[in-house]
Design a protein around this ligand. Structure first.
Ligand code: FE2
Length: 272
């Protein structure tokens, strides 16, 4: 069994500052405390990008301090809100590929985990250049068995017009790279959309979930000038359980704390 915790879009700002009226530090701290309390047995946790909101050295210092409390091994991915050099300065031991991109792979009892770096500074869109795709192809070609992909940007349109404008630019190239191996790719985990979405693409299951700070409201108008609407929907993390037969993902709204009960005779307040 492989147990992993999926966190995404933590968007940390400097300590003491708020983002969209929310405190990203407090929300990440609650997630970490909850994971330490309930999932210390996880093999690893991973954050699928947008680790910070502005990519400043101060934000990464604060991130490193916050994550030092997590009692589970951690894999970090970069998103469009991140800054690669500032991140690497704060996390000097982070695994990188031969070209310096924050890409790595790890072999587990359940297969190979491949972490991708789709950051192109200066744009919100995702970018997987020839070098990064070549590295990916090498990782795919010598994987012994099952493969799991992790990235910030979804590699296909998700049906929310504004988000699709800032999706992965090299969708076709990515598809061409993974297609020969798709029968062995058992899941793609991504971030970026701040919403729970799951399904399958090219026959490959995929999933993402809400971030730990702000969310994107489901708004899918068919119009060119679509703007994102944000929401205060509850933050989540995912608990991923993998064995040879299945991939199972629990979504946990870890800040929900109202009306949790075990006494079935308890007189709960009325709900609609
Ligand atoms: Fe984000």
């Amino acid at each position: 069994m492989l147990k992993m915790i999926h966190l995404t879009d933590t968007h940390l700002v400097e300590k003491g500052k708020r983002l969209f009226g929310l405190d990203p530090h407090a929300r990440l701290k609650l997630a970490i405390e909850d994971i330490n309390r309930s999932h210390k047995d996880a093999n690893c946790a991973f954050i699928t990008g947008d680790l910070t909101n502005w990519g400043t050295p101060e934000e990464y210092t604060a991130l490193a301090d916050a994550l030092s409390k997590l009692q589970v091994p951690l894999h970090l991915l970069l998103g469009n809100h991140d800054n690669r050099e500032n991140f690497k300065a704060a996390f000097p031991n982070i695994a990188c590929d031969v070209n310096g991109y924050v890409q790595s792979s790890v072999d587990t009892d359940q297969g190979r985990l491949i972490f991708l770096d789709s950051l192109m500074e200066g744009t919100s869109s995702g970018w997987l250049c020839e070098d990064r795709l070549k590295w990916l192809e090498n990782q795919l070609s010598d994987a012994a068995a099952a493969i799991y992909l992790f990235m910030h940007h979804p590699p296909f349109d998700v049906g929310i017009p504004y988000l699709d404008k800032i999706g992965l630019v090299q969708k076709e190239e990515f598809e061409n790279t993974i297609t020969p191996y798709k029968s062995r790719i058992r899941q793609i985990f991504f971030g970026h959309v701040h919403r729970p979405i799951h399904g399958e693409w090219l026959g490959i299951p995929f999933s993402t979930l809400r971030g730990t700070n702000h969310q994107v409201w489901l708004n899918m108008p068919f119009q060119e000038d679509h703007q994102l609407e944000y929401s205060y929907e509850a933050p989540c993390y995912g608990v991923v359980l993998i064995d040879a037969q299945k991939t199972l993902i629990h979504t946990h709204e870890y800040m929900y704390c109202d009306d949790i009960y075990s006494d079935k005779t308890k007189d709960l307040k009325p709900h609609v």
